[in-house]
Design a protein around this ligand. Structure first.
Ligand SMILES: *[C@@H]1O[C@H](CO)[C@@H](O)[C@H](O)[C@H]1NC(C)=O
Ligand SMILES: *[C@@H]1O[C@H](CO)[C@@H](O)[C@H](O)[C@H]1NC(C)=O
Ligand SMILES: *[C@@H]1O[C@H](CO)[C@@H](O)[C@H](O)[C@H]1NC(C)=O
Length: 408
């Protein structure tokens, strides 16, 4: 077939059984930041005293006007957006991109809900956002990237910037599935702002943005000068395709629906990333425990009700199951452990997305492995300083964890 659209449409349906079996994709959920609290009791050191008002500049939203030309719209048809802070001095030609997380929508109904929220429409996005953690302008919070050009890419397509318009207008609804086009429009804008001359660059993302990072990492690399240093960081973007506690394949059914709905091509997800990759991943990823291992429907008697929200409430048989989940993660990561250019920070904490918060990225009491913060470990890898693979001992051995708690 000569028509690329038609070719795309036919490819859209070609997910074989083995594709599903080896797919590892990620999601996060919108309530994350709203409902969770750090368990500071788990740490022996006092809470970090970071003054958010003086250390986190607010950065304005830029709407992507050039998206009109290609129809690269958010789910509701609005323009996508990003926040940009220009680099200075030694960082002027270096670029750090961070893609937001926010789960996926797997049905017309759930995608429609997003049309009325920032995750599906720029109408609802905050016009000013703080830049913290890996985005921070302050060397004390962000020792190696603070003066780079820093871009926070807003997520509004519901499918990790991987959907294709071939799957639109199902059953007469008006939803735009244009993630791939949004990605291309954002790249084109940033390249024109100086990314095309980058000397050093790092593409990163949290959760669904971590998956987008995996999907687009090599494309990103190919846009930049061949002699530039280009690497990618997912936090986390590496999600397990594991059965739940009843043995049902809850999460793989969910992936299946997202892929079918937004017409994601297998080659976008199932491939080896050529570009050097660093994985930040808690061994007991909070989101995965709640959505992969113990989804709500898997626990009708409420036996896991407290444990799935707070690891300190887990009994010994539940901890055993969590240790099994950790082993599956380590097994899945074993290939990357052998990769000389890859790096990892797999801490035994109950948390999700640790790079964009000052407290977990780099602060006096942030999580550490071998006494290194995530920021220090990522820098050691990015700048080829030290052996970059850090794997923690099993829970509850690490007192530096910031374990999440959802108020029950
Ligand atoms: C479209 O409608 C049909 C019939 O009501 C239903 O079976 C199908 O799942 C719907 N498709 C989507 C994508 O919602
Ligand atoms: C999950 O597994 C149980 C027991 O094997 C079964 O009874 C139940 O119907 C399954 N639930 C779903 C949603 O597939
Ligand atoms: C851990 O690192 C900090 C500096 O980041 C240092 O002050 C401290 O002495 C180190 N602790 C150990 C046990 O090495």
């Amino acid at each position: 077939m000569a028509n690329p659209r038609l070719r795309a449409l036919s490819r859209c349906r070609k997910w074989a059984k083995k594709d599903w079996a080896i797919t590892a994709v990620g999601f996060t959920f919108i309530l994350f930041a709203l409902t969770l609290l750090f368990d500071s009791r788990n740490s022996d050191t006092p809470s970090p005293t970071i003054d958010h008002h003086s250390t986190q500049g607010l950065v304005p939203l830029t709407l992507l006007n050039r998206a009109k030309a290609t129809g690269a719209f958010c789910l509701d048809g609005s323009l996508p957006g990003y926040h940009f802070q220009k680099g200075s001095e030694s960082g002027s030609n270096n670029w750090l991109l961070h893609i937001d997380g926010g789960g996926w929508c797997n049905s017309i109904k759930t995608c429609n809900v997003r049309k009325g929220k920032a995750l599906g429409s720029s109408e609802y996005m905050d016009r000013l956002v703080p830049f913290a953690g890996i985005l921070s302008r302050h060397p004390s919070q962000n020792p190696d990237f603070y003066n780079w050009n820093i871009v926070k890419i807003r997520y509004c397509d519901g499918a990790s910037f991987a959907g294709h318009p071939e799957s639109e207008f199902k059953n007469g609804t008006k939803l735009f599935f244009r993630g791939q086009l949004i990605w291309e429009a954002i790249m084109s804008e940033l390249l024109s702002l100086g990314l095309s001359n980058a000397r050093q660059a790092l593409l990163s993302g949290c959760s669904a943005g971590g998956l987008a990072t995996l999907i687009h990492c090599d494309e990103f690399r190919d846009h930049l000068p061949t002699d530039a240093t280009v690497k990618c960081l997912t936090d986390p973007g590496f999600f397990l395709d594991e059965p739940d506690i009843l043995g049902n394949r809850t999460i793989s059914d969910f992936y299946h629906d997202v892929v079918q709905l937004q017409c994601i091509f297998p080659h976008q997800i199932i491939k080896n990333v050529r570009t050097p990759l660093f994985i930040v991943n808690p061994a007991y990823d909070f989101w995965q425990i709640q959505h992969v291992l113990v989804p709500v429907g898997s626990d009708p008697r409420g036996y896991w009700k407290r444990c799935r929200l707070n690891i300190k409430e887990c009994d010994s048989s539940q901890i055993k199951i969590l240790q099994g989940f950790r082993s599956s993660l380590h097994k899945a990561l074993s290939k990357l452990e052998k990769d000389k250019e890859g790096g990892m920070f797999i801490n035994s904490c109950f948390v999700h997305c640790q790079t964009w918060m000052a407290e977990t990225w780099h602060s006096p009491n942030s999580p550490r492995i071998n006494n290194k913060t995530i920021a220090e470990s990522v820098s050691d890898w990015y700048f080829n300083r030290k052996p970059p693979k850090k794997i923690d001992c099993p829970y509850p051995c690490n007192p530096t964890c910031h374990n999440m708690i959802t108020p029950g």
